[in-house]
Design a protein around this ligand. Structure first.
Ligand code: NDP
Length: 234
């Protein structure tokens, strides 16, 4: 079964791997991107998710090229770390606007078609940090925790229409985002991860693929940690 899928932030990191995994499973996959290049063979649509008009235009393009979005993965996200005492209001609100309101924008736009067809899969990429908290990341943690309440509310709204809404909460994954951490900080994190290593984008992508598939038909409103045990108990 080839479905129309859209992954935000699919030009690099975890999103790129998710897009590849869904394509390998047989879906027609589009990715949004701002910089770089979309993965070869997949439909790339330029889109800044902080801009509702760009989100709408991206969805229109995907609808024309591969049909209404049946699988949405809201993956695009940013960090702007700072201690609260030093954090500017812009650092706080821009992270919320991208990570949380960005997910709202794309989920709202996707839900339209999904409700009409009475089926759909929405997966939001949160973070272990949204559940555990992390010093220097009040903005990021708030945005990622916000996704959990958002997803669970939406799961209640859309369940009767055959649409599932789930959250994947990655731990520390080898990408540009974690490469930016100092070696000391990376070593400290690994000491706290029961499995003793960072995860791979592949391990996130396979979980997302499962959640979008037939085998996950009865899973909605769930928060699935893929974090080597770092956040267990939350
Ligand atoms: P990267 O920094 O490697 O990639 C981020 C992606 O988001 C890029 O494709 C980027 O596009 C896109 N993006 C950022 N802002 C916008 C925007 N305003 N509009 C459209 N696209 C945007 O991140 P990762 O792959 O590491 O992370 C992906 C997701 O996983 C994020 O939500 C992140 O918070 C989450 N996560 C990551 C973890 C990790 O350890 N790496 C751990 C837990 C969660 P562009 O290239 O154009 O900037």
């Amino acid at each position: 079964m080839s479905r129309s899928a859209l992954v935000t932030g699919g030009n690099r990191g975890i999103g790129r791997r998710i897009a590849g995994e869904l394509a390998a499973a047989g879906d027609q996959v589009a990715v949004t991107y701002r910089s770089g290049e979309p993965p070869e063979g997949l439909l790339g649509v330029t889109c800044d998710i902080t801009d509702t008009a760009q989100v709408d235009a991206a969805f229109k393009r995907v609808e024309e090229e591969q049909g209404p979005v049946e699988v949405l993965v809201a993956n695009a996200g940013i960090t702007k770390d700072n201690l609260l005492a030093m954090m500017t209001e812009d650092e706080f609100s821009s992270v919320l606007d991208t990570n949380l309101t960005g997910a709202f924008r794309v989920a709202k736009r996707a839900a339209r078609g999904m409700i009409r067809r009475r089926s759909g899969r929405i997966v939001l990429i949160s973070s272990v940090v949204g559940l555990m908290g992390s010093g220097g990341q009040t903005n990021y943690a708030a945005s990622k925790a916000g996704l959990v309440g958002f997803a669970r509310s939406l799961a209640r709204e859309l369940g009767s229409r055959g649409i599932t809404v789930n959250v994947v909460a990655p731990g520390f994954i080898e990408t540009d985002m974690t490469a930016a951490l100092s070696e000391e900080r990376q070593a400290e994190i690994k000491r706290n991860v029961p499995l003793g290593r960072f995860g791979s984008a592949d391990e996130i992508a396979k979980t997302v693929r499962f959640l979008t598939g037939e085998d996950a038909a009865y899973i909605t409103g769930a928060v699935i940690p893929v974090d080597g045990g770092l956040g267990m108990g939350h």
